[in-house]
Design a protein. Structure first.
Length: 136
């Protein structure tokens, strides 16, 4: 059974979600905290962190994790790809690639000079599937 159905969205969490969905910058928790504080002056960074984790667990947002970099958050949950600057960590969306589309064109890469790419599938291995119920 999904926890998302049982969990009430608090007014705070709703505002955090709204602020994340209002930007396309893939903010870190601290960056989102600065945005959220304009509407919730008394909110703490810890509260923003906790609510982002809950929203992520419930599938309401995406969490972008890269080795050696702070996690960033994305209010767009539909499947899409990103291009990331290895220097400043900035992340941009790559427009949707269909099964019939060829390689990504330079014009789709937000002006980045591309140095390489990685593709990572994440999921549960067969052994872990027997111990963890499906999330949704
Ligand atoms: Zn950069
Ligand atoms: Mn994105």
């Amino acid at each position: 059974m999904s926890n998302a159905k049982l969990r009430r969205n608090t007014p705070q969490r709703k505002i955090i979600l709204e602020e994340l969905r209002a930007v396309t910058t893939h903010p870190t928790a601290a960056e989102l905290y600065d945005l959220v504080r304009r509407r919730l002056p008394r909110v703490s960074l810890g509260t923003v962190y906790r609510n982002l984790e809950v929203l992520h667990q419930d599938g309401m947002i995406r969490k972008l994790e890269f080795a050696g970099a702070e996690a960033r958050f994305d209010g767009t949950t539909t499947e899409h790809y990103h291009v990331r600057c290895r220097q400043c960590g900035r992340i941009e969306d790559i427009p949707e690639l269909g099964p019939d589309s060829g390689p990504v064109q330079p014009a789709q890469l937000a002006g980045f000079r591309i140095e390489g790419h990685r593709l990572e599938y994440v999921g549960l291995c067969p052994a872990c599937q027997t111990t963890e119920p499906a999330l949704h």
